[in-house]
Every structure is written in C-alpha cells, then in structure tokens.
Design a binder for this molecule. Structure first.
Ligand code: IMP
Ligand code: MG
Length: 196
C-alpha cells in the first residue's frame, strides 16, 4: 500500500488562523485514508486472534475511526506513554498506563498517532515483545521520517509528513487542539522556544 506524502495545504477556517498556519490533512482525506487502512488490516488479520493496543491519548479520533470498520472479533486495550519535558519535544518517557490484556499467543497491532523520533514506539515494542505476543505489527496515522533517531518503522502508515509540528484529530500541543477535525500545522509563535 503506497503512503501519500503530504505538503502543507490551504489556510484553516478563519477561527483557527491565529494558531494554525495551514491545513495538512482535511477531514474528508482523513476519513478516506483511514478507511483504506481499515481494509488493509481487515484483510491481513482475517482468521487471526487480533489484539489492538492503542497508545493514549493521541489516538482518540484515529482509533475508533480505524477499528469501527474492521469486521473482526478483535480485542482492545490501551497503553499510556508520555514524554515529560517541554510540550513539543520528546523528554523522558514515563509509562502512565500499562497493558492489562493478556497478549500471549495473539497477533498484536499497536496503534499510535505519529511516529516522530521513534522513541515512544520502540519503548512500547520492547514492552510488548516481552509479553509472549505471537507477532507485533504497528499502525500510525502520521510518519515524520526526517526526525527519526531510533531505527523503527511502522507496518501501516496513513500519511508521510514533513518536519513540522502538527495538531488536531487527536494530536495535541500541551493537551490543546486535539479536537480540531483536521490536521493542521501549528504556528511557530505558539510553541516558540520549545521545539527544534
Ligand atoms: P516519538 O517518541 O518522538 O516518536 O514521538 C511520539 C509522540 O510524540 C507521539 O505519540 C506524539 O504524542 C508526540 N508528537 C510527535 N510529533 C508530534 C507533532 O507534530 N504533533 C503532536 N504530537 C507529536
Ligand atoms: Mg502520543
């Protein structure tokens, strides 16, 4: 499945122009691409004992849109990993919620919002691989390959994006903007001094 590479697009609706520079993915494009990912997952995991492990909190929109169209009897649990430090930079990783589901012998699909440096996903993979899963695959809505510092790749990727800080459709800056129905590029003035 070919991953679309995105460039920043048109300005956002007037209400958001102060904070958001441009729209990277609008809601129609998000819906269409998430539907394609659902179909790929449905096809690849048919007949398997699928356990979806979703990473809190950035998957709050992506996860339900993704799995509601996967017609398989999958199990679902959540894992929480947060980076403490400044809001737009990866600081120290702390596990805020551990997995409760028994994933022994199951085919696990980890769902996260964005693959940036790769530190979060590789920490989660380490945690899951020690739990007896049969296979562990990964699905991220966004991939920012230019920022990678850890060698980790995702099996399912919604969009490849340039090196810019994005918010909306679950993604936040300092817990703000998760509710935007589109993915937008945050203006540098909003996070000035916190992100390089
Ligand atoms: P990584 O550990 O650097 O790969 O970062 C992964 C986490 O950082 C994601 O799950 C997000 O919570 C956060 N993150 C990275 N880039 C962005 C961004 O552009 N906008 C919002 N959150 C981001
Ligand atoms: Mg996150």
């Amino acid at each position: 499945m070919k991953t679309p590479h995105l460039k920043p697009g048109p300005p956002p609706p007037a209400r958001w122009r102060k904070e958001i520079e441009s729209v990277l993915v609008n809601s129609e494009r998000l819906a269409c691409r998430v539907r394609q990912l659902s179909r790929a997952i449905q096809r690849d995991f048919a007949g398997k004992d699928l356990a979806v492990v979703s990473v809190l909190n950035g998957t709050v929109f992506f996860l339900p849109d993704l799995i509601r169209h996967v017609s398989l009897p999958l199990r679902l649990d959540f894992i929480g990993i947060s980076s403490y430090g400044s809001s737009a930079q990866s600081g120290n990783l702390v596990m805020t919620k551990d997995l409760r589901l028994d994933i022994r012998g199951r085919d696990v699909l980890v769902v996260d919002d964005i693959l940036d440096t790769g530190r979060t996903l590789s920490r989660i993979l380490e945690r899951l691989r020690g739990s007896g899963a049969l296979t562990v695959k990964t699905c991220v809505l966004l991939n920012k390959p230019e920022r990678r510092t850890v060698n980790v790749q995702a099996d399912y990727v919604g969009f490849t994006i340039p090196d810019c800080f994005v918010v909306g459709y679950g993604l936040d800056y300092a817990e703000c903007f998760r509710n935007l129905p589109f993915i937008g590029v945050l203006r540098k003035e909003v996070y000035a001094g916190h992100f390089q």
